[in-house]
Design a protein around this ligand. Structure first.
Ligand code: ATP
Ligand code: SF4
Length: 318
């Protein structure tokens, strides 16, 4: 049973130097309790997509069309007051840089309590909830009375996660939640996100540039390139039956233990989304490109149950 249904979503930024097509016709479903990883290089539209799910795309961006149906209601049709009620309490967001969510000049406890009160929690209950959720993310009570600058990057990210889960949201969007952290802390934070998923049965959208992380943690993976979905499948299916040339290139670029050859990097550069190439947006970098790829946009087709690929040559490759 799906909790979120995204249908044909398009987002553009209207900049002085041109119109950037950041998200182009993206559709997917998120099931209850599922972790969906949205994977792609920098500039592939992942963060814009994450923001669009809560109608939070900043200016000069605009959602051109599409639906984001949450529990049967199209979020994009709600007025700002109704969206504010959903944001934080039913769908919450954890950003890469906790500095963007925490005010450096105020103690953690004051910020946390204000957030809870804004979302309708009774004043007498807030302190208990703050304590409970800081403990749930492995932080001691002492942290409550600290200022953000007194905490490490990992501790700040734990505070952001505590705030993100405190109102028991059904969906958590985690945008590169570990990118700014060192390897050991990255693992701890991802273990914490996994345990939240199990304990609270939350659905999680993990936005990451790291295919290895997605393969390790997610249930389902959606690979994006230049604003388009390239491939979308359950993890085990994707791992054993990778079909899109871009997904394979990402996979071949991963460093492996015990591999003697160096990982293969993908030649070329990501597309300029103010002036994207015609046809398949990946064709200038694709070693399998043929004439048709330069002219026609490949449709996203279901190649096997719940496995979608956007490639003209999907039937021939493999
Ligand atoms: P990253 O991991 O680097 O954040 P991403 O995959 O999340 O990349 P987005 O940040 O969504 O990608 O960017 C998609 C495209 O939209 C890029 O071409 C980017 O330059 C453009 N873009 C993003 N934000 C803005 C903005 N505020 N104004 C103009 N263009 C933007
Ligand atoms: Fe490569 Fe063509 Fe497939 Fe695009 S459609 S990924 S260019 S083979």
């Amino acid at each position: 049973m799906e909790i979120l249904l995204v249908n044909d979503l398009w987002v553009k930024y209207f900049t002085l130097s041109g119109v950037v097509s950041a998200v182009s016709g993206v559709s997917f479903k998120l099931r209850r309790g599922e972790m969906l990883a949205i994977v792609g290089e920098s500039g592939s539209g992942k963060s814009t997509l994450g923001l669009a799910l809560l109608n939070m795309v900043p200016k000069p961006g605009r959602i051109i069309r599409g639906e984001v149906v949450f529990n049967g209601v199209d979020i994009l049709k709600l007025d700002p007051r109704e969206i504010r009620k959903i944001r934080g309490s039913r769908i919450s967001v954890v950003f890469q840089d906790p500095f963007t969510t925490l005010d450096p000049l105020r103690r953690i406890v004051d910020q946390f309590e204000e957030f809870l009160i804004e979302h309708g929690v009774e004043k007498v209950k807030v302190r208990t909830i703050v304590r409970e959720y800081l403990e749930a993310v492995g932080l001691s009570e002492r942290i409550m009375y600290s200022y953000p600058h007194q905490l490490s990057g990992g501790q700040k990210q734990r505070v952001s996660i505590a705030m993100a889960i405190a109102l028991n949201p059904e969906v958590i969007i985690a945008d590169e939640p570990t990118t700014a952290l060192d390897v050991v802390v990255q693992k701890q934070i991802m273990d914490l996100i996994d345990s939240i998923k199990e304990k609270y049965k939350s659905s999680i959208i993990l936005i990451t540039h790291d295919l290895a992380l997605a393969l390790e943690r997610a249930d389902t993976i959606m690979v994006m390139y230049g604003g388009y979905v390239m491939e979308y499948a359950e993890k085990s299916e994707l791992f054993s039956n990778m079909r899109h040339p871009y997904t394979r290139a990402l996979f071949e670029a991963l460093p492996r233990v015990l591999q003697r050859d160096l990982p293969r990097s993908l030649p070329g550069y990501p597309p300029d989304l103010r002036n994207p190439p015609p046809g398949c947006i990946f064709h200038p970098r694709c070693e399998f490109a043929v004439e048709k790829c330069k002219r026609e946009l490949p449709p996203l087709i279901e190649v096997s149950r719940n496995h979608f690929v956007s490639c003209h040559r999907v039937g021939e490759l493999l």
